[in-house]
Design a protein around this ligand. Structure first.
Ligand code: SAM
Length: 249
């Protein structure tokens, strides 16, 4: 008996600029994951669910003020027609901040959806009644949710089982163990007088492993001491490694 093929993880995106997200999702790693049947990314054009000749998706805010607000009707109609996987996240600066742990969580979920806001934002009834939560990609304001959707697609998509060629690569990456990744080098061994650390050319895999771990610790201590603190500081094993490899070479 053969194993059944894994079902593609479906992610739906709602936007007034579907081509931006659709083009992005059709290329590189995400595009290949789609072709292999691992990811099923569906992008929906909110304008398809407008009822006027100008395909209007926005209107002025009640109470006055600058800018326009995305209307609830086309968003509700689009979501109801697509019946997308839940949770449906509104992308916005007020949402739960995306980090590697959340990307990992979403990558093993049964699928999810994202709604891209534009202009001054989205009629708040969409946020409170239609969406299941909010996602932010950081404490800054973008012009629209499309770039945020692409960030989420890429961060999550590459972690979906089977998407990355070398399954081990995600386990070693920055944040996966609460540390930044160790430095990487490729050929040539000497470039403009700069040498690749000798240990990486030694063929001694246990020593390479210890060196990498020590470099990851050093790098994280220098660039992101908050990550070391979040792990409860350095362990005895960490200290021993740092003694063995106190610097890159
Ligand atoms: N007036 C809103 C505010 O002050 O919070 C900002 C609206 S912004 C110009 C338009 C859209 O961009 C938002 O509705 C949201 O979908 C998206 N957006 C902006 N910043 C974002 C962020 N940090 N993360 C995710 N989406 C964001």
């Amino acid at each position: 008996m053969t194993d059944a093929a894994p079902r593609a993880m479906r992610i739906d995106v709602f936007s007034i600029f579907p081509a931006m997200v659709g083009d992005f999702a059709s290329q590189s790693l995400l595009g290949r994951a789609g072709q292999k049947g691992l990811l099923d990314i569906r992008v929906h054009d909110l304008r398809e669910h407008t009822t006027d000749v100008h395909r209007t998706v926005d209107d002025s805010p009640f109470g006055g003020g600058a800018g326009m607000v995305l209307r609830a009707e086309p968003i509700y109609a689009s979501v109801e027609a697509a019946d997308p996987p839940r949770p449906l996240f509104l992308l916005g600066p007020g949402g739960r901040r995306l980090d590697q742990a959340l990307a990992q969580e979403l990558a093993v979920s049964g699928g999810f959806s994202m709604l891209c806001g534009r202009y001054e934002g989205v009629d708040d009834r969409v946020r409170t009644e239609l969406c299941d939560g909010e996602l932010s990609i950081g404490d800054y304001v973008l012009g629209g949710g499309e770039v945020a959707a692409m960030v989420v697609l890429e961060a999550v998509g590459r972690l979906v089982p089977g998407v990355m060629g070398n399954a081990a690569s995600a386990g070693d990456e920055s944040f996966s163990h609460g540390l930044l990744e160790y430095p990487q080098f490729t050929k040539p061994a000497v470039f403009r007088g700069m040498e690749v650390p000798e240990v990486l050319r030694s063929g001694d895999h246990a020593r390479i492993e210890r060196w990498r771990r020590s470099m990851a610790l050093l790098r994280t201590m220098a660039a992101r001491p908050d990550l070391i603190e979040a792990r409860g500081g350095l362990s005895d094993a960490d200290r021993a490694l740092l003694e063995e490899f106190p610097a890159a070479d």
